[in-house]
Structure formats: C-alpha cells, structure tokens
Design a protein around this ligand. Structure first.
Ligand code: C2E
Ligand code: CA
Ligand code: CA
Ligand code: CA
Length: 275
C-alpha cells in the first residue's frame, strides 16, 4: 500500500500476469509439498453438550511453507481444487488423520474435510478403505465432512459415493450448513449423519433473538430427519449455553480450543481424561 499524504492508501491489484505467475508458482510448490510430505494436520475438539464429553477432533490441514511461513487452507485449497491436486492432498489427509486417530484412546473419532472433486473422484471409497485398513481405525470412528457445494455437481455420483462410504460404516456430515445451496428436498434424499451449523449463525446468538429461532429450527429439523447437529465457531460460554438450550447436540470452536498439532492433541486428550 502506498500513502498519498492525504490519509488515503492506494492498493495496487497485481496484474493478471502477476496473478497467473503466482498461481503457477504456488502450484509447483504444492507439487513439491505433496512429493516431500510438506503438509501437517492440526486438530480441533468436537464436544458433545448432550453427553458432556469429548467426542472427536476435526483434522485441519496446515502448510508450513519453507519461505512464506504457514499458509492457511483457505489460501491454497481452492487452487488445489482447480488443478486437481486436491485428490492427492486429500488422500494424504485421510491417511494421516486415520493414522493419528488410531493412536487416540477410547472411541474418539476423527472428522476429515473432503472437497467435492475428491469426493467425486472414482476411487474415494477405495482410498478410505485402505486408510482404515492400514491404520487399524474402525470405520465408525471416521467422519467425512462435505459442503453444500457438492449439490451443484453430479447428484447421482454424489449419492453413489455417499452410499458406498456409508456402507463401509463411515459417517457423513454436511459442513457449513445454511450457507450454500442445500434445499430441504436434498436433506431428505441424502443420507447425512450430521449437520454442522455454520459459524455465521453462532456469531449472532448473543445479540439477536432471531438467531435463536434459526438454531432451534435447524435442530428440530435435524432431529426429525434423524441427524445430529453441531454448531461451529463457538467462542464463548454464553453461546454454548444458548446452543444447549436450543437443543444443539455438539459444539466446536475457540471456546474449547483452537486447532492444535498432533502432540498437543494427545496432551489435550490426557487432560480431558484426567478431569
Ligand atoms: P471448515 O471445515 O469450516 O473448518 C473450520 C474453520 O473454522 C477452521 O479454519 C477453524 O480453524 C476455524 N475455526 C474453528 N473454531 C473457530 C472459532 O471459534 N472462531 C472462528 N472465527 N474460526 C474458528 P481453517 O483451519 O483455517 O480451515 C479453513 C477451511 O479450509 C476449512 O473450513 C475447510 O473448508 C478447509 N480445509 C481445512 N483442512 C482441509 C482439508 O484437509 N481438506 C480440505 N478439502 N479442506 C480443508
Ligand atoms: Ca469442516
Ligand atoms: Ca465448517
Ligand atoms: Ca467454512
């Protein structure tokens, strides 16, 4: 940004050439990271309000870039999707998440984000099956998260993948619920196990009574359809209390913990068990 002396900043949009070059560079760096194991998984706890206990962790990818520092998934997953590299990256995520979760005690599950292109790739069930087999993690302890954007692509292929994955015993959650394309008819015909209520609905809870009504409506709908509910982005106790009151089963968010690395996850589990 350049200061013009009148209290104004001018931002220069990089030219299309520069953008294209940056994308190409990032694509090459992604390929290197895939080849050399350059990604890491962080984990964030999912807590059951209903049972008052830790249920699972969501695996969230991190890319510690050798020169650029930590790159957030929001900044490279879209490019990975466009280039198709997401299929390989996502396969690593599933393997690593299952491997880590297999070392956790009890019946703690792991939730893994699967992007549309990966979910609709021909061998998704094979990848999941082999990750479960080589890690020894029971299928019932793996949950896959897909977003509503899956509905704009091939409905038949999506249903096929959903059914073959659920046949393995894996659970499927609909991520970012309420922000995208889903209609009530989709909810009836797609066998989801859980709705993850987007954090935008949670943010307004303490100011806005209509936000309560939305949460209540979603939990009532989910109950009727036999689906679980989880609220994302819970940042304080007041929000958690309202969610409990409105019938939401599970919560996730900074109030419980930020995403933490694998070692800190082990320590978190130890601490929770000690309480
Ligand atoms: P998401 O699946 O909706 O994940 C939740 C995001 O919200 C995470 O951001 C998490 O750090 C953040 N978050 C959690 N609690 C709170 C809170 O209390 N307040 C706020 N403001 N934010 C909170 P993150 O880790 O940067 O991931 C961003 C997105 O990148 C994810 O959104 C997901 O769509 C995608 N992503 C992450 N890991 C993977 C992956 O392994 N594969 C794929 N395909 N996508 C991934
Ligand atoms: Ca997610
Ligand atoms: Ca989400
Ligand atoms: Ca999101």
């Amino acid at each position: 940004a350049k200061h013009d002396g009148k209290g104004m900043f001018h931002f220069f949009e990089p030219s299309l050439d520069v953008q294209a070059r940056q994308r190409r560079e990032m694509e090459l760096d992604l390929r290197t990271a895939i080849r050399e194991g350059g990604f890491e998984l962080y984990f964030q706890p999912l807590y059951s309000l209903k049972e008052d206990r830790l249920k699972a962790f969501e695996a969230l990818i991190r890319w510690p870039h050798p020169e650029k520092g930590m790159i957030s998934p929001a900044d490279f997953i879209p490019l990975a999707e466009d280039t198709g590299l997401i299929v390989q990256i996502g396969e690593w995520v599933i393997r690593e998440a299952c491997h880590q979760a297999a070392s956790w005690p009890g019946d703690l599950s792991v939730a893994v984000n699967v992007s549309p292109k990966q979910f609709l790739s021909p061998n998704i069930a094979g990848v999941v099956m082999s990750a479960l087999a080589s890690s020894g993690l029971p299928a019932t302890r793996l949950e896959l998260e897909i977003t509503e954007s899956i509905f704009i692509s091939n409905v038949e292929k999506t249903l096929g993948a959903l059914h073959s994955l659920r046949a393995l015993g894996v659970r499927i959650a609909l991520d970012d619920f309420g922000t995208g394309y889903s209609s009530l008819s989709y909810l009836r015909s797609f066998p989801f196990d859980k709705l993850k209520i987007d954090q935008s609905f949670v943010r307004d809870l303490t100011q806005d009574a209509s936000a309560h009504a939305v949460i209540r409506a979603i939990t009532t709908l989910a109950d009727a359809l036999g689906m679980e509910t989880l609220a994302e982005g819970v940042e304080d106790e007041a929000q958690a209390e309202i969610l409990r009151k409105e019938g939401c089963r599970q919560i996730q968010g900074y109030w419980l913990s930020r995403p933490i690395d694998a070692r800190a996850t082990q320590q978190y589990i130890e601490r929770m068990r000690g309480e």
